[in-house]
Design a protein around this ligand. Structure first.
Ligand SMILES: *[C@@H]1O[C@H](CO)[C@@H](O)[C@H](O)[C@H]1NC(C)=O
Ligand SMILES: *[C@@H]1O[C@H](CO)[C@@H](O)[C@H](O)[C@H]1NC(C)=O
Ligand SMILES: *[C@@H]1O[C@H](CO)[C@@H](O)[C@H](O)[C@H]1NC(C)=O
Ligand SMILES: *[C@@H]1O[C@H](CO)[C@@H](O)[C@H](O)[C@H]1NC(C)=O
Ligand SMILES: *[C@@H]1O[C@H](CO)[C@@H](O)[C@H](O)[C@H]1NC(C)=O
Ligand SMILES: *[C@@H]1O[C@H](CO)[C@@H](O)[C@H](O)[C@H]1NC(C)=O
Ligand SMILES: *[C@@H]1O[C@H](CO)[C@@H](O)[C@H](O)[C@H]1NC(C)=O
Ligand SMILES: *[C@@H]1O[C@H](CO)[C@@H](O)[C@H](O)[C@H]1NC(C)=O
Ligand SMILES: *[C@@H]1O[C@H](CO)[C@@H](O)[C@H](O)[C@H]1NC(C)=O
Length: 616
């Protein structure tokens, strides 16, 4: 259970309303999340998303909301007139389809449209102010940012985060990571069936391929079937895939000459996705279902296998797990069971409401157009073929209203998370993506119908009149955590931030400087704080006699690790991987934290290493 790492923020819009009146609202704000296995969890109000984080973690939630708001406010306050250019190109050798057998189940007539079983196209926007200053870029590309696997315990960016890092480092020379004025955004698109682990699935015990319907290994089963590559470890893989994406973006950016012109329109609706009637053809209709997860959901994927003896491709349940389900959760209604067929239901989330509803029914659908550019904000992870359908129908819809040559961009993981969306044919196979298609086999048809409605409304200028259901509920989830911070402790003769093991006096580039401090729980520092770093690497400037911060915890050259013993005493380890382009000189490393002792308020503290020399 590892895939619930997504961002959804209702509160953000309310605060924006207080600050800017009606300028920003659900129509014209898109919150686009990322899929990562290396981020904090516990910020999503529906129960299923709280399971892997063992509860709702209010400090994480507040920090994320405040960070989003600060970003919007910063953007608002720095708004300037400018121009937008668009460019597109293919990114090669960077992704594979992780459910190729699902893809093959699509009709041949459909598959003949494509030259590959993944979408390789990157779409990029370049933004330049009227005074010529380059201010940012935004790109979309289909890839799961899961080069980092489940064993990584550091908060970290993944492949597209690394691409953004490289792009911003280049444009923001002289600034600390994340602090410069230039913004490079690498957003998700139709990533549903796309993996970055391009060596494909292999049994980690025998080395044999497990590219089969069930991603199953003869010895050890699903758990052993894992995909990796192309690097020697996950860090290197993240960097290789990230660099490929970055290099293509850089190329497209430098050759982006087609200008986007014209007015901005937006259309947004909340819809009850569990109750949409779809016109399949002249004689037949289909219906979406209450949300439910199938057996193969629990199998996970080759990018992160699940548990027990579940495999992908299960189109039949069994009496053992059905009995467990009925005893622990609830028995799905006959109607829901029928509706989802051939998916055997493992978790009937739409019929579970304690302590909070397990999945959303009310879903955001949204399109924003800027001149000839149409951005479809999709509420989940769409597979390739499916996105192409939507793409096609939306283009047709715009064309039928005289808007030819629209650039349609599919932006995944927007506004709310509804897991995966597979085509009707892919759904029949019930691999992970099909088992995680929440609203049943006709989910795709329903989305096509709904997004066509939005496109039509924009084209006809009637977006403001679209019917909108009551807003999705705000469940008022408060602190609900099975991972409370009890308290910090330290050795009697020490203070928080004291050095336990110091740096060496001299390092050469390519080496790792490391220092260990008396630490405290890092979550104490997360309490709704933004613009905070756990560490700095500082260089002594002999002309001004000052220490200058060279690196923070967002840099790829630094690592912050926290370890706790059974008495609650902890050690914070700060590493600096000294890269080959470091300026030689005198350096020191600092650590910043917050301690929380029994019956005392949270206290901030810091610690510093001795100074040391770095030479080439
Ligand atoms: C994760 O990647 C590391 C290499 O960075 C590897 O040693 C490990 O086996 C991988 N584990 C899983 C579960 O994928
Ligand atoms: C489902 O939608 C239909 C028509 O759109 C409506 O009449 C009905 O009340 C809805 N059912 C539920 C349970 O909301
Ligand atoms: C309409 O769709 C139904 C269900 O998929 C199918 O059985 C039927 O043959 C279709 N009819 C036509 C005319 O395509
Ligand atoms: C999984 O394990 C249960 C309990 O041991 C067993 O009843 C069931 O048949 C197994 N299912 C599969 C698909 O192996
Ligand atoms: C959550 O709190 C708000 C404001 O206090 C209230 O209007 C709303 O009804 C509450 N929602 C639920 C589901 O209790
Ligand atoms: C952060 O939390 C503290 C205490 O919980 C509160 O007083 C403060 O207003 C919060 N700050 C922000 C920016 O939300
Ligand atoms: C972030 O922190 C740095 C160092 O403490 C400070 O110089 C800077 O002004 C802060 N930025 C914001 C946006 O608060
Ligand atoms: C710079 O200052 C540091 C700290 O005072 C000192 O240790 C170092 O020798 C000086 N380096 C040079 C090149 O003067
Ligand atoms: C850094 O330089 C050393 C020595 O020249 C070289 O062996 C190493 O590969 C370089 N590391 C990187 C990451 O370029």
């Amino acid at each position: 259970m590892y895939c619930f790492c997504f961002i959804i923020m209702f509160l953000a819009l309310n605060v924006l309303k207080n600050r800017y009146g009606d300028l920003y609202g659900p129509d014209n704000v898109v919150l686009s999340g990322t899929h990562t296995h290396s981020g904090p969890g516990g910020y999503f109000q529906y129960t299923i998303y709280m399971i892997s984080s063992r509860g709702f973690i209010k400090p994480s939630f507040n920090a994320i909301v405040n960070g989003i708001l600060e970003s919007i406010a910063t953007a608002h306050e720095n708004m300037v007139k400018g121009r937008v250019f668009i460019n597109k190109g293919l990114v090669e050798n960077t992704q594979i389809n992780r459910s190729p057998l699902s893809y093959l189940n699509n009709p041949e007539s459909e598959r003949l449209r494509y030259t590959s079983n993944t979408d390789k196209e990157m779409v990029l926007l370049k933004m330049v102010a009227d005074n010529g200053q380059e201010i940012g870029m935004l790109s979309w590309f289909a890839i799961h940012p899961v080069s980092m696997n489940n064993t990584n315990l550091h908060t970290s960016s993944d492949n597209i985060g690394y691409a953004a890092y490289l792009f911003e480092e280049e444009k923001n020379k002289g600034y600390l990571t994340g602090k410069g004025p230039y913004v490079a955004g690498f957003a998700s698109s139709n990533l549903g069936d796309v993996s970055p682990n391009i060596q494909g699935p292999h049994c980690i015990n025998t080395g044999d391929s497990c590219e089969n319907l069930n991603n199953y290994c003869p010895i050890g089963g699903t758990k052993m079937c894992i995909a990796k590559g192309p690097g020697k470890d996950m860090l290197e893989s993240t960097q290789i895939i990230g660099r490929n994406i970055y290099l293509k973006a850089k190329e497209l950016y430098s050759t982006a000459f087609e200008e986007i012109n014209g007015p901005i329109h937006s259309a947004h609706q909340w819809v009850d996705m569990s109750n949409i009637t779809v016109q399949l053809n002249a004689t037949h209709t289909g219906k979406t279902c209450k949300p439910a997860l199938g057996y193969s959901f629990a199998a996970g994927t080759m990018d992160g296998p699940g548990m027990f003896n579940f495999t992908q491709g299960m189109i039949e349940g069994n009496s053992f797990w059905d009995a467990v389900r009925d005893a622990v959760l609830t028995r799905p209604s006959k109607e829901t069971e029928e509706c989802h067929k051939p998916k055997p239901i493992l978790i009937p989330t739409g019929e579970l409401s304690k302590p909070y509803p397990w999945h959303p029914n009310i879903i955001d659908i949204q399109i924003i157009t800027v001149g000839s550019l149409a951005i479809l904000a999709l509420p989940g992870e769409f597979s390739y073929v499916l996105s192409f359908f939507i793409y096609l129908y939306i283009c047709k819809e715009f064309e039928s209203h005289g808007k030819t040559e629209m650039n349609v961009v599919l932006s995944g993981l927007c506004n709310i998370y509804t897991h995966y969306i597979a085509t009707y044919e892919e759904y029949q196979i019930q691999r992970y993506e099909g088992a995680s298609t929440l609203f049943g086999p006709h989910t795709l048809s329903a989305y096509i119908q709904l997004y066509r409605g939005l496109a039509k409304a924009i084209a006809e200028g009637t977006a403001r009149d679209l019917p909108n259901l009551p807003e999705p509920p705000i469940l008022n989830v408060t602190d609900l955590t099975f991972l409370p911070i009890i308290r910090d402790a330290k050795p009697l003769d020490r203070n928080y931030g004291d050095v336990l093991q110091d740096v060496q006096p001299k390092y050469r580039m390519g080496e790792v400087a490391e220092v260990r401090f008396v630490g405290a729980n890092p979550r104490n520092s997360a309490t709704n704080m933004t613009n905070f770093t756990f560490l700095t690497v500082e260089k002594y400037d002999n002309t001004s006699n000052h220490w200058k911060v060279m690196y923070n915890d967002a840099s790829w050259d630094t690592r912050f690790t926290w370890q706790k013993d059974i008495w609650g005493r902890s050690t914070s380890i700060v590493q600096w991987h000294i890269s080959n382009n470091t300026e030689p000189g005198t350096y020191r490393i600092q650590y910043f934290g917050h301690s929380k002792e029994l019956l005392r308020p949270i206290r901030s503290f810091s610690g510093s290493s001795l100074q040391f020399e770095v030479s080439g």
